[in-house]
Design a protein around this ligand. Structure first.
Ligand code: AMP
Length: 130
């Protein structure tokens, strides 16, 4: 069965998309640690980061870097943090999180955003990738 993220890539489940190319896809995390919390995934469905083939792994890091630089321009923050967990969704994803404090990396404190806010943040980050 396809992962929830493969369904997002295929447009079967909605998301707040930020960017896409032939191999990678970036969209906002639906339960963000901070405004602008973004997930970057390979289109190829693989469970664990270090099981990716080397080319896909490097491609994912390069694509994540581009998205992180756009987040830094679009969202006021001290820097963009990166982490990979994957305990909830078994499809590799890089978390890019605009950081204000260490707490933003804890996954304990969440921010509530409405549909308009998600749309506006996604559009703003995307504009720095154009
Ligand atoms: P983890 O697998 O522990 O790295 O966490 C999975 C992440 O995916 C969590 O931060 C969730 O909020 C996020 N997530 C789960 N479903 C969706 C979805 N449909 N759209 C956007 N983010 C999601």
């Amino acid at each position: 069965m396809s992962s929830i993220f493969t369904k997002i890539i295929n447009g079967e489940i909605p998301c707040y998309k930020i960017a896409e190319n032939a191999d990678f896809f970036a969209f906002l995390d639906i339960n963000p640690n901070a405004k602008g919390h973004t997930l970057v995934i390979p289109k190829k469905e693989v469970n664990k980061l270090f099981d990716l083939d080397e080319e896909t792994y490097k491609g994912l890091m390069n694509f994540s870097r581009k998205v992180a630089l756009a987040i830094e321009k679009a969202v006021p923050c001290r820097r963009v943090g990166m982490t990979v967990i994957g305990l909830e969704v078994p499809h590799v994803h890089v978390h890019l999180i605009p950081l204000h404090s260490m707490q933003d990396m804890s996954f304990q404190h969440k921010v509530n955003l409405n549909d308009d806010e998600f749309r506006s943040i996604a559009k703003n980050i995307s504009s720095f990738l154009a």
